[in-house]
Design a protein around this ligand. Structure first.
Ligand code: HEC
Length: 237
């Protein structure tokens, strides 16, 4: 199943002849992106997030990371040829701040025909995701983060679902369930949650594969939200 999904970003990079190692650094216990100057402050409160801004750490990095890896960036062959799209500095190699229309990261996803990434027969990225990438670049492609996480909210519909959609489902959809794990619907998530694997993987507990794969540890606040939701029965609330 995974094999069928072509490496949209990584192949794109190859096509662009941008030759940087597509190594996915795995800082399992670090909350700092190795290519970034910004440190994600776990669970800090009182920061105001602007509703008009698109934040790199919150949206863009998870989107590019899951899109790339789900498409085979972890594949040994692609890995050797591509670009490191798991860090800010890696992604910036194909971004011109303030100008989405001159940034390969943007132009490649809005192209029509065979050059588009992800390539046909795969569907293009969803329109809202394309718009967020465009907005982020036009807002200056900053290495920014917004901690809007609140541990008092740990409902499925308001906290858990969005978190999984943004950071996990790219690699754990029904069509492409990494490791056989589907996180795209409540019933599927519930099964994973009650098996102990959901918490074990995001917490990095011994015996579990660390998630999200290939990138930074989730902020502590989000790990706590997941814990609380599971402890309360993993309800569809
Ligand atoms: C870049 C792709 C990618 C991302 C992003 C990702 N996963 Fe995974 N996940 C995988 C793959 C591939 C496996 C199979 C095991 C392995 O290769 O480590 C896996 C395995 C798992 C497992 C099984 C772990 C075990 O030890 O049995 C769980 C649970 C899981 N992922 C949850 C998540 C959650 C929750 C997120 C988001 C916070 C996430 N994953 C993000 C690719 C990904």
């Amino acid at each position: 199943m995974k094999r069928k999904l072509t490496a949209w970003v990584c192949i794109g990079i190859t096509a662009l002849a941008v030759l940087h190692a597509c190594t996915h650094e795995i800082p399992a216990t670090s909350v700092t992106d190795p290519g970034n100057s910004v440190t994600v402050i776990p669970g800090s409160s009182g920061r105001t997030c602007s509703a008009d801004s698109v934040y790199f750490a919150n949206e863009i990095l998870p989107l590019v990371n899951s899109g790339c890896a789900m498409a085979g960036c972890h594949d040994a062959v692609t890995h050797a040829e591509g670009l490191n799209l798991t860090t800010y500095s890696g992604i910036m190699k194909i971004v011109t701040p303030g100008r989405a229309s001159s940034s390969k990261l943007y132009t490649i996803i809005v192209k029509s025909g065979g050059d588009r990434m992800p390539p046909p027969p795969q569907s293009p990225l969803a329109a809202d995701k394309i718009t967020r990438i465009q907005q982020w670049i036009n807002q200056g492609a900053k290495n920014n983060v917004c901690d809007k996480c609140d541990t008092t909210d740990f409902k499925y519909s308001t906290a858990i679902k969005t978190l999984l959609q943004n950071k996990c489902v790219g690699c754990h959809s029904t069509a492409s369930p990494g490791g056989g794990i589907d996180l795209s619907s409540y019933s599927a998530v519930k099964t994973v949650a009650l098996s102990g694997k959901l918490y074990g993987s995001v917490n990095g507990s011994p015996g579990f594969s660390f998630m999200p794969k290939g990138t930074n540890r989730l902020p502590d606040c989000e790990i706590r939200q997941i814990r609380k939701w599971i402890d309360a029965g993993a309800l569809n609330n």
